[in-house]
Ligand binder design. Sequence first.
Ligand code: AMP
Length: 444
Amino acid sequence: MTFATLGLIEPLLRALETLGYQTPTPVQLQAIPAVLAGRDLMAAAQTGTGKTAGFAVPLLQLLTMEGPKVASNSVRALILVPTRELAEQVHESVRQYAEHLPLSTYAVYGGVSINPQMMKLRKGVDVLVATPGRLLDLYRQKALKFNQLQTLILDEADRMLDLGFSEELGNIYRVLPKQRQTLLFSATFSDAIRLLAGQMLNDPLSIEVSPRNVAANTVKQWVVTVDKKRKPELFSHLMRKNRWKQVLVFAKTRNGVDQLVEKLQGLGVNADGIHGDKPQATRQRALDRFKASEIQILVATDVAARGLDIEDLPLVVNFDLPIVAEDYIHRIGRTGRAGATGEAISLVCADEVNLLSAIETLTRQTLTRHEEQDFEPEHRVPDTDASGQVIKKPKKPKKPKVSGGGKRNLGKWVDSGEVAAEAPAIKPVRKVPVFNTGPRKRKP
Ligand code: AMP
């Protein structure tokens, strides 16, 4: 099957050819005809499957073939995404696919001045990529009207709920025309997502291109057990020993990111970090430099790195395990993309055994463990298996207390006191009532 046999028009075929897309990926094979036929879609597609083209390419075709010319301050298709980086990335893809079409595209997100965005929207935009908060700000300031809206796309819908955007989604939903096509893409399908889909979609076609909640099987995954305080040292050791060239590293907290970057830079390594406290321009610059291989190690929190597509990324390192097991799948999805093979290494300390067990249960596999010579942990990581068991060994008798015994110093790195704002943004429990009115957890 080729893109031409899917019924795509010549300007789109030309754009895809320029990008080197020869055959449609499984999600594209299913999504493109369904979207062209005007169906609503509920798609479970892992990141890296080509889902962006799966929705954007047929969308662009429909916008070219049908509907009126866009009016001022109007938008004909809206793509909602959870983070600023993803907004930029999705917009860049849409722009490339629309290269030979007479359609305008734009991306809006928070953390940057709203005025240029308001100016740009005056002429109207065919395809707008947006984060929910900024979209509502623009709507409330009357910079946007939705009466021409034909299509709504929710990309990474699970992440939008994780980030506390359910209220914004509800507010957006209420001001959109009822007559429209809606496509919902989500890496994972929790009850909250199914509820959202039930409210927003009309007789949707369900697409599932990989088994639910199973990590990309093109990624070789293993765990190195280590004491928490020795993680930075182990990371530098593995980096040198294995001559790592380009690595995306995930840390749990903003402090964790900053400290690891500082440590690596101190060792003369070309490293940078991205997290929610950094200005958008700095985050984007670090990411662009990493993509251009000008930075060797990029350390990121989950919030900053979700959904990023970095070509040929060979290795992801989990410096800390994620608090939400499903984030593990998203993290390792940064490598092994579009059929390439990749490697994901997790540095795991005894404190993280429950997180490890949750990941193994979710991915239905026991991760291979490894101990690095000279870094064998003093605090053993209890055995785990994919059934969710943490196999506890009988406790050793307690040692008598040392006089004046204060708290044991676990070193400088990522101690419990440092679990800063980034980590609690993602709660392990996903049963968020859709469109609730609770406080928003964080902006992207
Ligand atoms: P996505 O899952 O949309 O983030 O896409 C992951 C990567 O696959 C991106 O770098 C796309 O440019 C690439 N890609 C998408 N579709 C195809 C295709 N049919 N052939 C080759 N590469 C593709």
